[in-house]
Design a protein around this ligand. Sequence first.
Ligand code: ATP
Ligand code: MG
Length: 355
Amino acid sequence: MNALELKSLSKSFGAQKALDDICLSVPTGSRTVIVGPSGSGKTTLLRMIAGFEFPDAGSLTLNGQTLVDSSHAVPAYQRQIGYVPQDGALFPHMSVAANIGFGLTDTGAARTERILALMDSVALDANMANRWPHELSGGQQQRVSLARALAQQPRLMLLDEPFSALDTGLRSAMRKMVARLLETAGVTTILVTHDQGEALSFADQLAVMRAGRLVQSGHPMDLYRYPGDEQTAHFLGEAVVMPARIESGWAHCDLGRVAVNSNGFCGSAQIMLRPEQLQLSDQPDSPDARQGCPAVVVERDFAGNTCTLTVELHPQASQDQGRSLLVRSTGMHAPPAGSAVQLSVLGPAHVFDLA
Ligand SMILES: Nc1ncnc2c1ncn2[C@@H]1O[C@H](COP(=O)(O)OP(=O)(O)OP(=O)(O)O)[C@@H](O)[C@H]1O
Ligand SMILES: [Mg+2]
C-alpha cells in the first residue's frame, strides 16, 4: 500500500518553475531518497508535503486522506508529519531540552525521561540538555532537530539533508541508527541528500530530480545500473560513457566487443560502464590480459581501501585520440602512473538512448 501519493504537483515562484508536474508514490513504511542538483526543487517538495508551501496545481494524499488539492489544504500542524529542515531551524530562545520537548504532552519526570531517551537515540550527550542552540555545533543542532521531530511520533518523516554537517564516521553511524529507529517505529520516510553513497544505501526507492522535474525513480540498484540518461548516470556515481555500435547484443567500441543489455536494439548509441566493471591487469602474459585492451595508467588517485586510476587507451584502440577512462582498483595493488596495463570488461554495459 502507498502511504503518500503525489499527483502532478507544480509550483512556480514568479518565473521560476520550482516543481514541474511531480508524480510519485511512496509505499507505507518505506524509505524514499530524493537526490538532485542544488536548486532542483527538493526542499520545495518537502515543504509542500509538510504543509509550508502550497502547489499551483496537483494533489497530495497521505494514507488516503487528501492533504492538499485545488479546493482545500490541511494545515501543517494537523498533518502529523515530522520535518527536519535543511538548517535544523531550532527555536533559538529555547534550550536543547525545551526544543526536543516542544510538542510533548508528558510532564515532570516522564517528560525529562522521554527527552533524555530521545537525546540518546540521536547520540546527544545528556549534559547538553540545558545548552542553547547557539552553543551547539551544526551537526549537534541537526540532531536536536531530528530528536524534536521524532518526539512527535509522526506518520511520515521528512528529512532535508539531516546528516550534512556530520563527519563521515558519525554520519554513517547516525544514518544507520535513524534508519533502524524509523523502521522499528514503522515510519514512512523521505530523505533529501547530496551524498550519492548515502542515497544508494538508505533508500528503498530513489527519486532523481532535475530542474523541478522528477526524471527517474526506482530501486537504487536499478538506477545505478540502468540510469535513464548520462546526467543521471554521473549524478549517482562515476561512469564511463562512450559511443558504440550495437549489434546482436554486443557493443563494438574502443574497448573492443562488450556485452550489452540492448533488448534487440541495433545501431549507434552511447554505452555506460561503472568503473568497477573495468578490470585491470599489469601482467601482460596472463590469459585475461591477452584478451584485454592495451592502456597506460596516467593518474592514480589513492583513497585508502580503493584507488581510482585514470587510464588512457592505446591510440590504436581509441577512435578519439587517447580516450581516458576511470578504473577502480584496490588501494594496495594499484599500478603506478606510467604502467602499461590491459583492460577487460566485467558484466554487460548499459545502453542509453534506446527510445
Ligand atoms: N520562497 C522562494 N521564493 C522564490 N524562489 C524560491 C523560493 N524557494 C525556492 N525558490 C527557488 O526554487 C528553486 C528550487 O529551490 P529548492 O530550495 O527547492 O532547491 P533544492 O533542490 O532544495 O536545492 P539545494 O540542494 O541547494 O538545497 C530554486 O531555483 C530556488 O531559488
Ligand atoms: Mg534544499
